[in-house]
Structures are given as structure tokens and as C-alpha cells.
Design a protein around this ligand. Structure first.
Ligand SMILES: Nc1nc2c(c(=O)[nH]1)N[C@H]1C(S)=C(S)[C@@H](COP(=O)(O)O)O[C@H]1N2
Ligand SMILES: [Mo]
Length: 297
């Protein structure tokens, strides 16, 4: 099982969680006992078993609820993501508003196992279920003026306690170039481990862009808007030294907060080397051909 090659990951590659857990314990012990190399060549399952359900759902960044990663899961239990609709709007020939259940019925979610790397220096491997964003965009038919895609999270301070404080400019927004949005790795995730998306992970629908820092993977999306100009998004407005629009994982470029050369895979003792484009360089480097990726922040 390779991580991140959609064509190579079949549902049968996903073992039941209990087996993952047993294998993970074994691998963890083995890694400690044998001093196994921390840096894995890109993405083989023997060294990169998915994180457990427990790990993925109890350590979350979701500022709409709290900046405390351990507090998010309990606070987000009130999200109630049904009914939920998401609109595809802006520079498209066929704008539409979709109900989440309709979206899942219409575009059958696929399983994808991706690494997630946060600028805070931690990472996980997560078995998502989701829809290639390209499928949705192709149906909406972007116009020739559509060069960027902007994503908007839910704004609802009644439900989302964290929005009652100006921690961030609400609602949380993100963006991609149209080429990035159309890339086959770019996923609109509807669940993980074969279950509907847990509230704390961004129910009912969140973006997953595995070669970019985690903050690009915006949660609880209500609008996807095709635009002509590069959209102003949340984090670059708050801390431009740490957060850029592109935010490709790059171990060679330190951010204001510090080096990004290594990472702490949740559940492991030894640090890993961070991989260029989070290990997806062979699939995404061509998106940035001719650009100096060390300058593209
Ligand atoms: N709406 C919204 N989306 C968000 C965030 C957030 O605070 N609000 N945090 C981001 C960050 S910094 C990371 S690392 C990932 C974490 O996703 P996870 O909790 O599912 O691991 O979500 C991203 N998406
Ligand atoms: Mo993050």
C-alpha cells in the first residue's frame, strides 16, 4: 500500500482499525528496539501505518472551537452538520447549491490515505473518504476567467464558540490555484476510516490538499467560489511570516516560527525528516515548473 497514489490504493488495502492498531504497536516497538531509520522513502505502509481513529479525532486544529487541540473534540460535539449545503459559485457556467447527502450520493466517495503535515511540526497519516474536487468543479464548468478557487467555512458563533472571539478573521477562508484545485490528489473529504466525518475533523465536508501545510485543508465548508484574482485568505492576513498562499510543504524553507525540516508523527518517539511536498513531489512538482519553489511561500 502506497500512500497518496489514488490509483494504487484500493479499499482492500485498508485493514480494519483493530489490525492497524496491533500492527502499529508492533511497528512502534520494533522501531524503538531496532532503532529503525526515522526517514522513510516516500510512503510505504510498513513505515507509515495510518494513525488510529483515537489519534486523528482527539488532536485537532479547529480554531472555530478552540486553539487547544485537546479541547476541540468535546467542544465540536454541538456542530450538528445536518442539514448542510455547500454552494459552488462565482466564475462557473453552472453554479449550484448541493445538500451534503445529495453530494455523497452523486459523487461516490473514494478512500485515500494521505499524510497531513501541520506547520506546528506534527504529522499524521489519515485514511480519508472523499470526492476529487476536480469532479465537482468540472460539473460546475469554470469559466475562462476562473484562475483561483476560494473556500469558506461556516460562520455561526452560536454553535462555534471560538468565533465569539476575534482569534482569527471569521469565517475561516482558504484558496488554491485552479490547477491545484483540479489536481487528482485534491480531495473534498466526507469521512475517515469509512465513517462520516467527525465534527472535530471538519464535518460534514472539508478540503484535503496533502502536499500543503495542514492549514490549507479547510474544514466545514459552506462555499466554493471560483475567482479571477488571488483570494485574501485567513492565515496570511494574520501572520504573513508563517503563512503564505501556496504553503507547499518544504523542509528547506524555515518559517518565522522555525525550521520545517523535521516533524513529529503523532504516536512515534523519533522525529522524521519532512519530505519536499510532503512526499508527493513526483505527483505535484510539475504544477510549479519554472517557479522557484523555495521562494513561493
Ligand atoms: N475551518 C478551519 N479549518 C481548518 C483549521 C481551522 O482552525 N479552521 N485548522 C487547519 C489546520 S492548522 C490543520 S493542521 C488541519 C487539522 O486537521 P485535523 O484536525 O483534521 O487533523 O485543519 C485545518 N483546517
Ligand atoms: Mo496546522
Amino acid at each position: 500500500m502506497l500512500i497518496g497514489r489514488p490509483a494504487d490504493i484500493r479499499p482492500s488495502d485498508i485493514t480494519p482499525e483493530a489490525v492497524h492498531q496491533a500492527r502499529r504497536r508492533f511497528l512502534r516497538q520494533g522501531a524503538v528496539a531496532l532503532g529503525a531509520a526515522a526517514a522513510a522513502p516516500w510512503g510505504h505502509a510498513e513505515t507509515e501505518a495510518p494513525n488510529s481513529w483515537e489519534e486523528i479525532t482527539s488532536y485537532n486544529n479547529f480554531y472555530e472551537y478552540s486553539p487547544d487541540k485537546r479541547a476541540v473534540a468535546a467542544l465540536a460535539q454541538n456542530l450538528n452538520p445536518h442539514p448542510w449545503s455547500v454552494s459552488i459559485e462565482g466564475e462557473v457556467a453552472r453554479p449550484r447549491t448541493l445538500d451534503i447527502d445529495q453530494l455523497v450520493r452523486e459523487f461516490r466517495p473514494q478512500q485515500r490515505i494521505y499524510r497531513l503535515r501541520c506547520v506546528e511540526g506534527w504529522s499524521m497519516v489519515i485514511p480519508w473518504d472523499g470526492i476529487p474536487l476536480a469532479d465537482l468543479l468540472n460539473q460546475a464548468q469554470p469559466t475562462s476567467r476562473a484562475r483561483y478557487v476560494k473556500f469558506v467555512s461556516l460562520l455561526d458563533p452560536a454553535r462555534m464558540y471560538g468565533q465569539r472571539r476575534p482569534t482569527l478573521p471569521w469565517p475561516y477562508t482558504e484558496g488554491l490555484t485552479i490547477a491545484e484545485a483540479m489536481h487528482p490528489l485534491t480531495l473534498l473529504a466526507t469521512g475517515l476510516y469509512g465513517k462520516p466525518m467527525p465534527n472535530q475533523n471538519g464535518a460534514p465536508l472539508r478540503l484535503v490538499v496533502p502536499w500543503k501545510y495542514g492549514y490549507k485543508s479547510i474544514k466545514s465548508i459552506v462555499a466554493i467560489r471560483l475567482e479571477e484574482h488571488l483570494p485574501a485568505t485567513t492565515w496570511p492576513q494574520v501572520a504573513p511570516g508563517d503563512y503564505g498562499f501556496y504553503a507547499n510543504v518544504n523542509p528547506r524553507v524555515a518559517l518565522a516560527r522555525g525550521t520545517q525540516s523535521r516533524e513529529n508523527r503523532v504516536g512515534e518517539l523519533r522525529k522524521r525528516e519532512t519530505l519536499l511536498f510532503n512526499g508527493y513531489a513526483d505527483q505535484v512538482a510539475q504544477l510549479y515548473a519554472g517557479l522557484d519553489i523555495d521562494k513561493l511561500l
